[in-house]
Design a protein. Structure first.
Length: 242
């Protein structure tokens, strides 16, 4: 059955990482009913999927942002994406810059596929709003994270579904320091604790090393980006320049 689209309902693309956790919190402050969707595509850092339940539980506790607002989670298996991808996120391939000029962590078509599937879920669940954590400011080199790509996808999805879905990208013009700051503004120390302790961003799936900014190998591009953003956010809070 397909529910009538409601402006009170949102679907968040939720991987279990820092960005999608912050976007989930952002959505919970704006919409009466929020659902989540994640994708299992055979990623090397599949530990992120294991983090999702803990984050949702933490946000749903009494007094939490998601109390009475956080609805069902949808985990969609798309192993085919991993099988057709020869990337550092789906194979034991070195993380580097490929001959194309793109990083080897780029999974071709990933966000386009994610959005197509998320739109199908949103259409069925009556969620007019779709929230995702893509970003151009800390540009990863992924063309499917660009603002132009997301706007084009919104047009294509609405034409193809004959409806009016709205795609939200609250982090599009924020760097990682500003993402930490946004989480602080939304939920204060409680949300920051969830982001640092429970979310996962490391490309190698390392949950054995705990840093001030969270868990990860500390050396992959995702970890370095998160660590640098955390340090800049801490300096901005203390009023230290540079």
């Amino acid at each position: 059955m397909t529910a009538k689209l409601s402006d009170a309902r949102a679907l968040v693309l939720f991987s279990g990482g820092q960005d999608s956790t912050t976007c989930l919190a952002w959505a919970l402050t704006r919409f009466a009913e929020v659902e989540t969707v994640g994708f299992d595509y055979g990623q090397r850092h599949a530990v992120e999927l294991q983090c999702r339940d803990g984050i949702r539980e933490a946000l749903s506790r009494a007094g939490g942002l998601g109390e009475g607002r956080l609805g069902p989670d949808h985990l969609v298996p798309i192993e085919a994406l991993g099988r057709i991808s020869e990337t550092a996120l789906t194979r034991e391939v070195a993380i580097a810059t490929a001959e194309s000029g793109l990083p080897t962590t780029f999974v071709p078509g990933r966000n386009l596929i994610f959005l197509g599937l998320a739109a199908a879920v949103a259409y069925r669940r009556g969620c007019r709003h779709i929230v995702l954590g893509v970003c151009e400011t800390d540009y990863s080199g992924y063309p499917d994270c660009r603002d132009d790509t997301i706007k084009a996808m919104q047009v294509a999805l609405n034409l193809g579904l004959e409806t009016r879905l709205v795609l939200h990208t609250p982090l599009m013009w924020r760097d990682k320091a500003e993402t930490f700051a946004l989480a602080d503004r939304i939920g204060g120390p409680d949300l920051l604790r969830v982001v640092i302790e429970d979310s996962h961003t490391c490309y190698l799936g390392d949950r054995s090393h705990r840093h001030a900014w969270g868990y990860g190998c500390g050396g992959c591009p995702a970890c370095r980006l998160r660590a640098d953003g955390y340090e800049r956010w801490i300096r901005s809070r203390s009023g230290t320049a540079g």
